[in-house]
Design a protein around this ligand. Sequence first.
Ligand code: CA
Length: 224
Amino acid sequence: MKILVIEDEENIQKLLYLNLTHEKFEVVQSFDGRDGLEKARTHVPDLIILDINLPSIDGIQVCKNLKQNERTRHIPVIMLSVRKEEIDRILGFEIGADDYVTKPFSPRELLLRVKAVLKRGNGEKQPFCTVGDVFLDESSFEVTAAGKPVILTPKEFYLLKYLMRNKGRVVSRDALLTHIWGYTTDVETRTIDAHVKSLRKKIISDTIAIKTVVGMGYKLTENV
Ligand code: CA
């Protein structure tokens, strides 16, 4: 597995290099936005770790370019040094990063993120998924239920996506916190409950149900 790290701070590059190679990843380094974009196109890595503040082209622009380019669109991107108020935008359709880590981060935390994103990527080669008559398309950020468009917030969108990808399986609140709100978060579990409630209200379909599994979490099922 090849990982491209685009980060201008030498000490962080070094830290990531040591930790990633220790986990048997092949690492390609870039210290600059424009060079990073080029390396993404030539190396086509399995994952990109991308800092926001970079020389020549900033990380936000790099991520947008990556997600607009046919050759690099599918490569998952983890963004570094994201401010709280930026998170929705970073993960949203406009920028399209797959995950983020706020600085300062521990190498262990970042490695967990890398593995989680790569694992997620395996089952998610296609940008869309369908359960019952609910259709979700990541590339256009669209959801329809029984053919009618459903307007969701980014968090609701990613929550629904995660539940759909894990159809029939119980998903714990911890897993949802990890995948949608991030590890280093102080979001309370009732925030998740509120989002689920809102999803249930917005998705009008007899073909799926988001069930509460008491003491465990949630499960999205297809009604057959
Ligand atoms: Ca930087």
